[in-house]
Design a protein around this ligand. Sequence first.
Ligand SMILES: [Zn+2]
Length: 407
Amino acid sequence: MNLVLPGPPAIRILTGRVRRYVEQMLPSALDMVRQLVATSSVSSPDARFDQSNRGVIDLVAEWAAELGFVVRVEALPGKAGKANLIATLGEGEDGLVLSGHTDTVPYNAERWTDDPFVVTERDGKLYGLGTADMKGFFSAALHAIARFEAGQLRRPITLLGTADEESTMDGARALAEKGERLGRYAIIGEPTGLRPVRKHKGVFYVQVRVGGKAGHASNPALGVNAIDGLQLVLAALQSWRDTIGQRYRDDDFEVPTPTLNFGRITGGDSPNRICAECALDLDIRLLPGMERPTVVAELRDVVANALRGGPWTFDVQATGAYADAFAGPSDTEFSNTVQTLCGCSAKTALFGTEAPYLAELGLQTLVLGAGDIAVAHQPDEYVTIAAIERATDVYASLIRHFCIETP
Ligand SMILES: [Zn+2]
C-alpha cells in the first residue's frame, strides 16, 4: 500500500509572515528528537525484538508535509509493518537527497542509566536510544530545510527515511531495486562526528560446515571425524587470508587489507563419539572493489581443495545480513564542496551504511552526520545539542549550495 500525502500547496507561495507561522507548527529540534526516540522502532533479524518502523515514518512524514513536501510512504514488499519514506520538496532533476534510517538496534534497558525511550538531557548531551544513530538526523535535516522557502529552490530536496538498516538493509535494497532516480547528490546522516566519510568496508558472514560419520571413539576406522577435516580447512583458510591480504590493499583504511576472522567453531557432542559434523563461522570484511560473490566462490574452492580426496562432505554458505563496501566520490565538485562546508577532509569508516544502494541509483553519496559512532549501539547512547545545531547549519549550507545557488 502506498500512501500519498500532499503537502499544503500554499507553501509554494508563502510570504515570510506565513512561513514563520508554518515553522511555529513544527516542533522544536529537541522536541522532535524526544518524539522520535519515544517512538520505538527496533529492527532485528531476531523476530522477538523486531518492530514496525511505521511510527517514526509517520512522524517524519507529518513534519515534512507541514514543510510542503510531497510525501510517499512505501510499504516494504513482504515485510509487514515496515516502510520507507520518500518526501520531495521542489521540482526538477539533480536535487539533493538527505537520507537516514528510521530503525534502531535492540537495547538492554537494565544497562541504561535512564529510560532509553525518554530523552534525558545532561551536560548538553541528549541521551536516548537512536539519538546519535540516527533519529537526531531527522530533526537536524527538517530544521535545516525549514530555513528556506520552497519557492527559493532551483533544485529539489528529497528526504529519505529507510527501514531495517540495522538488520537487513531491506529498505535501501527496495529503493535500489525500484531504480527510481531520486537526485544527483546524497548525504546519509549517520554519526560521523560531522566529518564526511567517502569510503567504508563491506562485511558479511560465511559458515563452513564439514560433515563426517559418527562412530565409537575407541576405533577411528568406525567413523569419519569432521574435526579432522575442519583442521585442514582452517590451515588452508589461514594461508588464503595471507594471500588476499597481499593481493588487496587500501592504505586509506586503518586496517588496509581485507580481514577474515574465525569467530566461532561448533560441532561434536561427546568425547567418546567420533565427531560427525562441525561448523566454522567467519566474519569477512572486504575493501571497496572486491565482489562478495567472487570472494565466496573463491573461499568455496579453498575449502574444496583442502578436503579433496578425503572422506568428508562440506558446505559453504553466506549467512545473515551483509553490507557491501563503498567508495564514494573523491575530488569531485560535490566532495570538495562538502569538505569545504564542513571545514575538514573526508575520511574512511569501519562501519557499513546504505551508501552502496544509493550509489546504485546514480547518486554521488557521502556519509555525514552528528554524533559519534563509538556511542551508538550501546547503553547511554547520546548526541550533543551542539552537534545537532551544527549539523543543522551544515545541512542548511548544503541545501543553499546545491539547491539554491547552483544554476
Ligand atoms: Zn546507523
